[in-house]
Design a protein around this ligand. Structure first.
Ligand code: SF4
Length: 222
C-alpha cells in the first residue's frame, strides 16, 4: 500500500487512543459469545488444555481432553503412568513427545513447589516446564488475573490492520497493546480480536463491508 494512502487512512480514522474504546465496545456487541474455545472445568485442566493447544486446533484439543481428563484428574496421575502411556493419550495433539515431557515436568513442579495447585502469577507460570509467556498469559487471564495480553496470529494481524501497533514480534506487540488497552479489558480483548479475525477479518480476505468497526480501521477497503 503506498505510504501517502496509509497516512491518509490513519488521519481519517483518528488517533488509536481515541479509537480503542469504541473498537472494544463494538466488537463486544458483535461477538458477545467471544471466549476461550478450549474446554476445561478447573485450573489444572485449563493449564493442560492450553499446553496441548500449541501447533494444533482447539477442536482437536477438546476431542483429546474429553477422554484425557477422565483418566488424569490430579497432577500425580500424570506421573503415575509410564511416559509412553501419556504420550499415547495425547498423541493426536501432535508433538506428543515434547508435550508429554512438558506435562510431566510441570506436574512435578506443581506438586513439589505449589502444593499441587496451579499458580496465578505470570512469573510463577512461566517457570513451569514448557510454559511460555503466551500459555501463561492465557491461563492467568482465564483464572481472572490477566497480567498481559495474549498475542496469537489473529491478535497480531488485527492489531496491525487496525493501526494499534507497527511492530511484528509478539513481545513488542503485547507491549504496545498493554499501553493502549484499558487494564480491565486485558482478558477479553484478545478473545474479541480472535473471534473477529475468524469470522470477519480473515487473513486472506477481510470482509470489510460487513465489519462493525470499518469506520475505525485504517485498513478498511470500504
Ligand atoms: S475494516 Fe476490514 S481490515 Fe479493518 S478490521 Fe474490519 S475487516 Fe479487518
Amino acid at each position: 500500500m503506498p505510504r501517502s494512502f496509509v497516512h491518509e487512512a490513519r488521519k481519517r480514522v483518528g488517533p488509536k487512543r481515541a479509537r480503542i474504546r469504541p473498537i472494544i465496545e463494538r466488537l463486544q456487541e458483535a461477538h458477545p459469545d467471544a471466549k476461550i474455545a478450549l474446554r476445561s472445568c478447573d485450573p489444572l485442566q485449563l493449564l493442560v488444555a492450553v499446553m496441548l493447544s500449541a501447533q494444533t486446533t482447539d477442536v482437536n484439543v477438546n476431542r483429546v481432553t474429553t477422554v484425557l481428563f477422565e483418566k488424569y484428574r490430579r497432577p500425580e496421575d500424570y506421573l503415575a503412568v509410564p511416559p509412553e502411556e501419556l504420550e499415547r493419550d495425547i498423541y493426536a495433539t501432535g508433538f506428543f513427545r515434547q508435550k508429554a515431557k512438558s506435562l510431566r515436568g510441570t506436574m512435578k513442579m506443581l506438586i513439589e513447589e505449589y502444593g499441587g495447585e496451579v499458580p496465578r502469577t505470570l512469573e510463577e507460570l512461566v517457570r513451569l516446564p514448557g510454559v511460555a509467556r503466551k500459555t501463561a498469559n492465557v491461563v492467568a487471564a482465564e483464572l481472572g488475573t490477566p497480567q498481559g495480553i495474549v498475542v496469537d496470529t489473529h491478535v497480531r494481524r488485527l492489531s496491525q490492520r487496525l493501526g494499534l501497533t507497527r511492530e511484528e514480534g509478539p513481545v513488542k506487540i503485547e507491549r504496545d497493546l498493554m499501553r493502549l488497552v484499558p487494564r480491565e479489558d486485558w482478558g477479553r480483548f484478545p478473545h474479541l480480536l480472535i473471534w473477529h479475525g475468524r469470522r470477519v477479518c480473515l487473513a486472506r480476505m477481510p470482509h470489510c463491508g460487513e465489519c462493525a468497526i470499518n469506520d475505525l480501521c485504517p485498513s478498511s477497503r470500504v
